[in-house]
Unconditional design. Structure first.
Length: 207
């Protein structure tokens, strides 16, 4: 994952921030550093995707508060917390809120790089899965209202004649709609269509 993501180092300790940034650049990463949580928050909208290496204790806006603010923005980049004086309740809160890791200063090169690599691998996997879901949602969104109704019923195992009866039309018309559904969803079998409905939560009672 080196070189494919930016590591954002957020720490008010200039010497530690500089040393960490230098280490990460030497390890092949693109690095951006920030002297405060507020400065990162102001820059994040235009920042390159990656991992956030975040100090816990900072003036004005601390690490946990920044984590909360990023969550409000639906910002899902992985966060690795660093602290010189952490405690178990704080680390538990950070992890429960989605932090990738919680490291205690001083942090060895091996531990920091290992944590970043794990975070980036997980983030890449989650992004890939989200991209796949977005592509499936786009296919379903391309269905007409009637095609969407047919899709919902065929995904629940209804036969063409049952769908025709429920929608008040002919079985021949349903076959035509069904063909369009399969084409737009880019599926070769009913099983594939059902799988799409399941992955998008369309078979839930409320769907």
């Amino acid at each position: 994952m080196s070189g494919t993501a930016t590591i954002h180092v957020v720490d008010d300790d200039a010497s530690f921030r500089t040393a960490t940034s230098r280490l990460l650049r030497a390890s092949g990463y693109e690095v951006a550093d920030y002297e405060s949580a507020r400065s990162f928050l102001q820059a994040v909208a235009n920042a390159s995707p990656g991992c956030i290496v975040l100090d816990l204790q900072m003036p004005a806006l601390n690490g946990l508060q920044l984590q909360d603010e990023l969550a409000k923005l639906s910002q899902s980049w992985p966060i690795i917390f660093m602290t010189g004086h952490g405690n178990i309740p704080t680390s538990v809160r950070a992890i429960k809120a989605g932090a990738e890791d919680f490291l205690t200063k001083p942090i060895s090169r091996k531990i920091l790089l290992g944590a970043i690599e794990r975070a980036l691998v997980r983030y890449a996997e989650e992004k890939q899965e989200q991209d796949r879901l977005d592509a499936l949602k786009a296919r379903v969104a391309a269905l007409t209202k009637r095609e969407a109704e047919v899709f919902a019923l065929m995904a629940r195992g209804r036969l063409n004649k049952q769908i025709a009866y429920q929608l008040g039309t002919s079985e021949r018309t349903i076959k035509a709609h069904r063909h369009q559904v399969m084409q737009k969803l880019k599926t070769q079998s009913l099983a594939e269509a059902v799988s799409i409905a399941e992955r998008l939560g369309l078979l839930e009672p409320s769907a």
